[in-house]
Ligand binder design. Structure first.
Ligand SMILES: Cc1ncc(COP(=O)(O)O)c(C=O)c1O
Length: 384
């Protein structure tokens, strides 16, 4: 395998990076979900080639990109779709909001599993929906679904806005859990919007299962959302896609663009195409680097901060840390920011019950992860 360099720190200060620009320059940012690595060399090369063409008018997604996605779904997940099932979008978040716009009416129930990515947690507010929160169950081995609570929540919901793999816990739902969710959705006539943006970031050889791939019946009521953005670190290029195999649902989904959700950025399409076509070795190398970071983080947390609870991520580059037992004088995000100059995402962003949690982004060179841990140590030592 070609070796790829994930250790070099690429300076992002002064490059309009949201992650690095949101705080003063002495703060180490370990919050928003993008990585501090350069994109795969083949993606950079494809973009360079496109830039050199020099004409950047409106564009259309190429048939070859559709075919590539169709082949990928078959090869990676055993899921048969057709090119027409794919709807290109400028982002996954616009995608789930389009779906909510098209499939709900005010006061309908919207089921979510907490803790969860903030735009999923708060999406109900845009459309006047009732938020039905069913927490994931946590144990030392990881997170699982509470099947009865989920089923009860489905009974009160029109739509389930699902996140698999799950942000912030890094949980990967098992085939059995997905089967339960699908059966429950079918039984209660619930539409599933499945945000699978992290689907290529499964660790330790796990395999992603799109919920719509379980059966034609669940596919019929599912809008699946995916993107190359997280895995290949091209989130700023704003390209994503939905897979909607039910033609009526797809037609309604497309109609809900309402002139607000525009076509996709030319460079985003180009980068996604190159990523899917020629960056699989890079992705393999990335996954093993992330596994190394996750394991290092896990062992350092246990060694340095035994009071912090962390469940190993099964996917993504996000770690969900319970800091309750530290008994801090302020919420942990504020504490580590003010005293350690390291920025995490606040647990309360992911649900009201999670104020004592932080989400740490370990998608960075190991040296930055070490620096982040040192800053946490300094913050905690400053308290004594
Ligand atoms: C679960 C999840 N969905 C959606 C998004 C945002 O996707 P996009 O930038 O394509 O709207 C993120 C970004 O962090 C995410 O973690």
């Amino acid at each position: 395998m070609t070796s790829f360099d994930f250790d070099t720190v690429v300076t992002r200060l002064g490059t309009d990076a949201k992650k690095w620009g949101a705080y003063p320059s002495d703060i180490l940012p370990m919050w928003v979900a993008d990585m501090d690595f350069a994109a795969p060399p083949s993606v950079i090369e494809a973009l360079r080639h496109r830039v050199e063409h020099g004409v950047f008018g409106y564009c259309l997604p190429q048939d070859s990109l559709r075919t590539q996605i169709v082949d990928d779904m078959q090869k990676k997940y055993g899921w048969t779709i057709s090119p027409d099932d794919i709807v290109f979008l400028p982002g996954v978040e616009p995608g789930f909001n389009m779906a909510l716009k098209s499939e709900t009416k005010p006061d309908d129930g919207l089921l979510i599993q907490t803790p969860v990515y903030n735009p999923i947690l708060t999406a109900h507010r845009h459309w006047g929906l009732q938020s039905i929160e069913v927490p994931l169950r946590e144990s030392n081995d990881g997170y699982s679904i509470d099947a009865d609570a989920l089923d009860e929540g489905m009974g009160r919901s029109r739509v389930f806005l699902f996140c698999n793999p799950h942000n912030p816990t890094g949980k990967v739902f098992t085939r059995e859990e997905l089967g339960h969710i699908a059966q429950s959705a079918i039984r209660h006539d619930v539409l599933v919007i499945s945000d699978e943006i992290h689907c290529e970031l499964l660790l330790d050889g796990r395999r992603h299962i799109p919920i719509a791939s379980l059966s034609a019946e669940i596919a019929d009521r599912t809008i699946t959302l995916m993107s190359a953005s997280k895995t290949y670190n091209i989130a700023g290029l704003k390209a994503a896609f939905a897979i909607v195999t039910n033609p009526q649902l797809r037609q309604r989904f497309n109609a809900s663009r309402l002139g607000l959700v525009d076509s996709v950025n030319l460079f985003g399409l180009e980068a996604a195409h190159a990523a899917y076509m020629s960056a699989s070795e890079w992705r393999e190398a990335l996954l093993s680097y992330l596994e190394g970071n996750r394991d290092y983080l896990q062992s350092e947390i246990a060694r340095r901060f035994p009071k912090i609870r962390i469940v190993p991520a099964q996917s993504t580059y996000l770690a969900w840390l319970d800091c309750s037992a530290l008994d801090l004088p302020e919420p942990p995000q504020a504490f580590f920011l003010n005293r350690g100059k390291v920025a995490f995402s606040a647990g309360s962003d992911f649900g009201a019950a999670y104020g004592n949690f932080i989400r740490l982004n370990f998608g960075c060179p190991r040296s930055l992860l070490v620096e982040g841990l040192d800053r946490m140590t300094a913050a905690l030592e400053s308290r004594i």
